[in-house]
Write a protein that binds this ligand. Structure first.
Ligand code: PRT
Ligand code: ZN
Length: 298
């Protein structure tokens, strides 16, 4: 058992997930001392019993599985390629991408079976193998650790299986996306084996993990929610409740003494688009204010 009773969390040191991970923790009230001692292995959080470890994303599952860290933030794509010995505690809503198959633009593609016996370059051999097995077909998997998209141009592959987010990289390399193996985003993980350990330190740690999880849920929910205020004719109330997406029970206050108009305050659990505002105006709402929410505690 580790001596240190503080939680340890591993996140990517530098790359697509680092800034968003740090910013999420900051919104959860966790400020890490990153400036002093940049080469230190662990960075302390002063106001929560948790230390941060900055590492390459590919190493995060190993550190969590081996108990070096209790928690990790990593892309589902990285987890999918390795053994499944993790509990996903929460999907974090950033780092979205998909693992896709792509072939050269000019190539006719009628279906995945066109790739039977062909060479497919990828950094995700295990995911690709599972996909091929699911389609009951075989192909030569060319394993590359990076720059997969140039493999067809180099003549070492007929197709690629790589991560895509905007699709710009495929396009600029003359490739077209033809199928998606799976969608991915950053997730918070812990080792499955730590779930029910009897030690007191683990009991304390579980409590801290739950505290952190509640904060993460609050921040993510707040990011999707809006506080909306408006004045409206009282008879429009039921229509307004239908127009606002994911609206919880609104507070309704009479305006003036005749009760013909009311002020409505509500939390909407989904994004409010301009179309929603226009529809509210159509049913008589005015002075509409849409405000961001910092935290949601259910
Ligand atoms: O150094 P380290 O090993 O930590 O970093 P890394 O270079 O392996 O990872 P990094 O920072 O590139 O990505 C970290 C994680 O971000 C990935 O594991 C994914 O979970 C997630 N992610 C989200 C992406 C992308 N979007 C993404 N677009 N990871 C990689 N890409 C690459 C993709 O491989 C391709 O080369 O971006 C290119 C395609 O992008 P588009 O926008 O042109 O389609
Ligand atoms: Zn990596």
């Amino acid at each position: 058992m580790r001596e240190n009773e503080r939680l340890r969390i591993a996140i990517q040191k530098s790359g697509r997930l680092s800034e968003r991970s740090l910013s999420l923790f900051k919104k959860c009230g966790l400020d890490f001392d990153l400036e002093s001692g940049k080469d230190r292995l662990f960075h302390q959080c002063l106001d929560f019993p948790i230390d941060l470890m900055l590492v390459r994303d590919d190493d995060i599952p190993k550190y969590v599985a081996d108990g070096i860290c209790d928690l990790g933030v990593v892309g589902e794509n990285v987890l999918a390629e390795g053994p499944s010995e993790f509990q996903v505690l929460h999907r974090l809503g950033f780092g979205q991408c998909r693992l896709s198959l792509a072939v050269p633009e000019g190539r006719e593609f009628k279906g995945v079976r066109d790739l039977a016996g062909k060479r497919i370059a990828t950094s995700y051999p295990s995911c690709l193998k599972k996909y091929l097995t699911r389609h009951e077909m075989d192909a030569h998997i060319v394993i590359l650790s990076g720059s997969v998209e140039i493999a067809p141009k180099l003549g070492i592959a007929d197709a690629v299986c790589d991560l895509v987010s905007t699709g710009g990289t495929l396009k600029s390399n003359g490739l077209k996306e033809v199928d998606t193996l799976f969608e991915s985003q950053a997730v918070l993980i812990r080792a499955s084996s730590m779930a029910a350990t009897p030690f007191r330190t683990d009991f304390e740690k579980n409590k801290d993990i739950n505290r952190l999880l509640q904060r993460i849920k609050g921040v993510l929910q707040a990011a999707q929610s809006k506080y909306i205020m408006m004045n409206a004719p009282s008879e429009a109330l039921s229509q307004i409740c239908k127009i606002i997406p994911g609206m919880e029970e609104p507070s309704v206050m009479p305006l003036g003494l005749d009760g013909r108009r009311v002020a409505i305050h509500a939390v909407a659990r989904e994004a409010i688009f301009w179309e929603t505002i226009e529809r509210l105006k159509e049913v008589g709402a005015s002075s509409i204010l849409v405000l961001p929410i910092e935290k949601v505690i259910s």
